[in-house]
Design a protein around this ligand. Structure first.
Ligand code: SAM
Ligand code: SF4
Length: 368
């Protein structure tokens, strides 16, 4: 369980009075600058990670199945109005081949991710999920944006196991500003997360750190929402500006919160958010994100894993498509083949004294 009692209970006999994981405590930790106190946070997050989800690092093969998107999110390079982007949509046999590659490389699951693309029909995705389930033992996670319940039910029936949908921010006004609704259809990602849980999906969510307009209070509230929702998977990565977007363009200052309140999109703040997420949701699956690895190519991945994360999502999309899935520029590992990526990641994971997770790595089968 990802509950208040469990979170403080997980600190056990070593609990330090400093770990008040309420709103004020989280906000103070997010702004903490003292090196010694931060070391305490890092050790505690790593200790809780080891005690609750073990040393295994689960690898999820990421397949970026389409870069088409009908939305106008102000932060994302794939947004519909990015006209200069050369869009693609993978064929079913290409997606299946990428999943088979993930299986061959020893990964336990795949994540099919895309822009919100109505060209990915209910029937198409259901067929792809069925084929992956028929030909491999992989767990299948979908991350296809906001979709009708009818689609979501059909995909669950086809064998999909999990769904990732970041709520992006718990501040309704900020959400409305950065994630405009489609005409006549109010966007409510919390409601979709609730519905998907009742359909039997494991659900994953997350936020970006340092999105313009995000205050310390907002980020503390986001982390409390993870706990309140008892999320199975939680992705927390830095916001990386894309010049194709309003939040990465010359007008960015008009979106920022006052300087003392605006959360920076830097590595240290992201790592604090990852560590605190581990403390409030001790048994969730938490990835060390590609965005963090992009911000710090030398050791971002490792630092995420050392500060509470237990999942990595290596890219298995064919390279010719991957370079066109440009959420933000300069994405880490974008030109590496899946096999090269695997070799590099295994080396990094072993160098930390950790091991590669076996099997699907679901929330309730983690300590493998
Ligand atoms: N379209 C689906 C959706 O929105 O849920 C899945 C794909 S979307 C690209 C996946 C995630 O990328 C988003 O939930 C968002 O948090 C993250 N993202 C988008 N733009 C980003 C940026 N500029 N920097 C960092 N992360 C970003
Ligand atoms: Fe589309 Fe997702 Fe990007 Fe929003 S975040 S523009 S829904 S791909």
């Amino acid at each position: 369980m990802c509950s208040a009692e469990q979170a403080s209970g997980s600190l056990g006999a070593m609990a330090l009075p400093a770990f008040h994981l309420d709103h004020a405590g989280l906000k103070a930790w997010l702004q903490e600058k003292n090196e010694g106190r931060l070391q305490t946070l890092w050790s505690e997050a790593d200790r809780v990670r080891k005690a609750r989800v073990g040393d295994a690092v689960h690898l999820r093969g990421l397949i970026e199945v389409s870069s088409h998107c009908i939305r106008h999110c102000l932060y994302c390079g794939l947004r519909g109005p990015s006209q200069e982007l050369v869009r693609y949509r993978m064929e079913a046999d290409e997606i299946l081949a990428s999943a088979q590659e993930a299986f061959r490389l020893g990964y336990g699951s795949v994540v099919l991710q895309a822009g919100e693309d109505r060209g990915l029909s209910k029937e198409f995705i259901a067929g792809v999920v069925r084929a992956i389930k028929r030909d491999t033992p992989l767990a299948v996670t979908l991350s296809l944006g906001e979709r009708d319940d009818d689609d979501l039910r059909e995909w669950k029936a086809a064998g999909a196991d999990r769904y990732l949908l970041r709520f992006e921010t718990s501040d309704p006004a900020l959400y409305k500003r950065i994630h405009p609704s489609l005409p006549g259809v109010p966007s409510d990602r919390f409601a979709q997360l609730h519905r998907m849980r009742t359909m039997g999906y494991e659900i994953g969510t997350g936020v970006m750190v340092g999105i313009p307009g995000q205050t310390w209070d907002t980020l503390a509230a986001d982390i409390l929402r993870f706990r309140e929702f008892d999320m199975d998977m939680i992705g927390v990565g830095p916001f990386l500006p894309s010049p194709r977007t309003p939040l990465g363009g010359p007008d960015i200052s008009t979106f920022l919160a006052p300087p003392k309140e605006q959360v920076p999109n830097d590595e240290l703040t992201t790592l604090k958010a990852v560590a605190l997420t581990r403390l409030v949701c001790p048994d969730a699956n938490i990835p060390s994100t590609t965005a963090l690895a992009t911000l710090d190519r030398a050791q971002g991945r490792e630092l995420g894993l050392m500060r509470g994360a237990n999942v990595v999502m290596p890219n298995v999309t064919p390279v010719e498509y991957r370079v066109r899935y440009e959420i933000y520029p300069g994405k880490a590992c974008v030109n590496e083949t899946a096999a090269a990526c695997q070799g590099c990641l295994e080396g990094r994971i072993h160098s930390l004294g950790r091991k590669i997770g076996k099997g699907p790595g679901g929330r309730y089968s983690n300590a493998v």
